[in-house]
Design a protein around this ligand. Sequence first.
Ligand SMILES: NC(=O)c1ccc[n+]([C@@H]2O[C@H](COP(=O)([O-])OP(=O)(O)OC[C@H]3O[C@@H](n4cnc5c(N)ncnc54)[C@H](OP(=O)(O)O)[C@@H]3O)[C@@H](O)[C@H]2O)c1
Length: 351
Amino acid sequence: MNAFDRRMLRRAIALARRGEGLTRPNPPVGAVVARDGRILATGFHRVAGGLHAEAAALAALPEGAARGADLYVSLEPCSTHGRQPPCVEAILRAGIRRVAMGARDPNPRNAGGGIAALRAAGVAVEEADGAEKDAARELLRPFASFWRRGRPWVRLKLALSLDGRIAAADGTSRWITGPAARKDVQAWRRASDAILVGAGTVRADDPSLLPRPARGRQPWRVVLQRKHPLPGNAKVFTDAARERTLAMDGGDLLRVLRTLAEKHGVLSVLCEGGGETAGALLAAGLVDELLLFYAPKWLGGPRGATGSAFFSLAEAEAQGFGWAGRPKRFGDDWRMRLVRKESARETDGTD
Ligand SMILES: NC(=O)c1ccc[n+]([C@@H]2O[C@H](COP(=O)([O-])OP(=O)(O)OC[C@H]3O[C@@H](n4cnc5c(N)ncnc54)[C@H](OP(=O)(O)O)[C@@H]3O)[C@@H](O)[C@H]2O)c1
């Protein structure tokens, strides 16, 4: 692949990101049609049941205009009938000469099928390597988690003081971080199919947990409880989006996650605390990605960010988190992003 091909693949991945949080249980996908170094059309998957990215890009062109062109797509084109006809057929009908794709389809129904069907029909297929392959796989992790592990990809977001506290000793926690960091959290909410918190956070903060602005997103809100009654007058149970709130028993966290995938098509979960829930998820090895926002404040106090959960050094080592990208500054706060290496291995596959 030359530099233009790589640029177009990155463009397709950026387009796909515009559909994140909208497409469940489908993956977000983006596509670009180009010829002679010029973009002819772009498209992305906007909603499950709607046009796939390739079909959306091709549909934007007049009949015959894509003949002999290249198609760049973040995910292997599908070869089977779902709610939409297979994209491979649309690609062949349009006379596309070559397909450059980001990542293979982790759905076993489709895996490798699109590549084989295109090649059999004489279309050249190239798979991304290097940074573009990594970016395409990273985009696809929630969908790959859904298919390969039967549960959503779990991100744990925490707003932390310098000494790793999520609330002051007097119980107050709004707002540890500033507006720029909170704006970034809203983008992560929009990219997630479900926002999860423990009952303690609902009791203490009465958060709405809705993305603002929503931009068409309607994530599930999940409140985990075990022993005590939930406050029925809390926002999540009374506001206009209350049908999208699920109260679930947090006793078996893996079961909660599997249920969210199976019954509600959830590919990605953003856990927003609090401490007990964060600690329980970590202890169960169910946190795939950490989003830690550090504010330049020292709070002190007896309890760490993960409530009553604590780990030995050997256990902390075994968690296997690795830095993902560089720390990023939002106003006065810094965001650190980490991914559990085993989660990446499980979802990225070996192809
Ligand atoms: N800085 C931040 O990013 C941030 C984010 C969120 C919250 N907070 C702060 O954190 C504090 C609340 O923390 P918290 O630890 O009390 O709240 P939490 O984790 O939100 O809630 C704890 C409750 O969750 C329920 N739960 C269900 N399944 C569980 C499981 N497997 N393990 C543990 N708990 C489970 C239990 O409810 P039952 O009582 O029904 O058994 C438990 O009492 C508040 O001060 C809040 O402001 C800070």
